[in-house]
Design a protein around this ligand. Structure first.
Ligand code: SF4
Ligand code: SF4
Length: 133
């Protein structure tokens, strides 16, 4: 028992970390300033660790194949999808999405898919990057 524990401790010491410091290599004293520097291109972002292919990230929407059936709206638990009656298409508010993937499962034309995009932090929750249509 004790041997197994020691082996596990050594294994963990030698194992590469599963995470990394993000978005900058060293914890800054002021995160707000660090983010401003990143936005201004003065500091390079630390690349995030690779994510699995089946990660449930930002939704992708194939507008051309959407038939406007509204099933996705019916199953969405967070009311993140709205119908656009004039076009018979939908609009997704990513800031409300809980990434449950239920809309992707019910869509009869596979017009919705989860992507691996997960860097979605923003101060503008209704900005153009946070609305998919
Ligand atoms: S993934 Fe879930 S929460 Fe997000 S839009 Fe689809 S059904 Fe709604
Ligand atoms: S379920 Fe699919 S086809 Fe129906 S409205 Fe939603 S995206 Fe369009």
């Amino acid at each position: 028992m004790a041997t197994a524990t020691v082996i596990e401790i050594i294994r963990q010491f030698l194992h590469k970390p599963f995470t990394n410091t993000f978005p900058v290599k060293y914890a800054p004293k002021n995160m707000h300033k660090a983010l401003e520097a990143i936005q201004a291109g003065k500091v390079e972002i630390t690349p995030p660790v690779p994510v699995p292919d089946d990660l449930r990230g930002k939704l992708a929407y194939e507008k051309d194949t959407c038939i406007g059936c509204q099933l996705c709206i019916k199953v969405c638990p967070s009311k993140a999808i709205e119908f656009k009656p004039e076009e018979r298409k939908i609009k997704i508010f990513i800031a409300r999405c809980t990434f449950c993937a239920m809309c992707t499962e019910i869509c009869p034309t596979n017009s919705l898919a989860m992507t691996t995009e997960f860097l979605l932090g923003t101060a503008e929750k209704y900005g153009k990057d946070m609305i998919v249509e």
